[in-house]
Design a protein around this ligand. Structure first.
Ligand SMILES: [Zn+2]
Length: 108
């Protein structure tokens, strides 16, 4: 735990393309447009290419995909195949912010 003792650094902030909220970059998932023009989830945050950020919340992914925010942010079209890959990734994420606190379930 010595790392926190270091001088305070400015935390890079990014905007989620789904809900438009600004969060520390490390709390977001990066999507990168590869040189081949495909989109990939960048788990390391270090791949080169144009990136977009989305909260680790499946709701945000759905918004980003269904409303075209992701394709606009990355200036590319999202193919049906890519979309389903990203949805698959999002399926493992929390459905919405605070879902864990409330207990998972839809109580609309
Ligand atoms: Zn979000």
């Amino acid at each position: 735990m010595t790392r926190s003792a270091r001088k305070r650094k400015r935390i890079p902030q990014r905007t989620c393309v789904g809900c438009r909220s600004v969060r520390p970059k490390r709390e977001l998932v990066r999507i990168v447009r590869t040189p081949e023009g495909c989109l990939a989830v960048d788990d390391t945050g270090k791949r080169s290419g144009r990136g977009a950020y989305i909260c680790p919340i499946s709701d945000c992914w759905e918004k980003a995909l269904s409303k075209g925010h992701l394709s606009r942010a990355l200036r590319t079209s999202v193919t049906a195949e890519t979309r389903s890959q990203l949805r698959e990734y999002a399926a493992d994420l929390r459905p919405e912010a605070g879902a864990l606190e409330k207990g998972v379930g839809e109580d609309e």
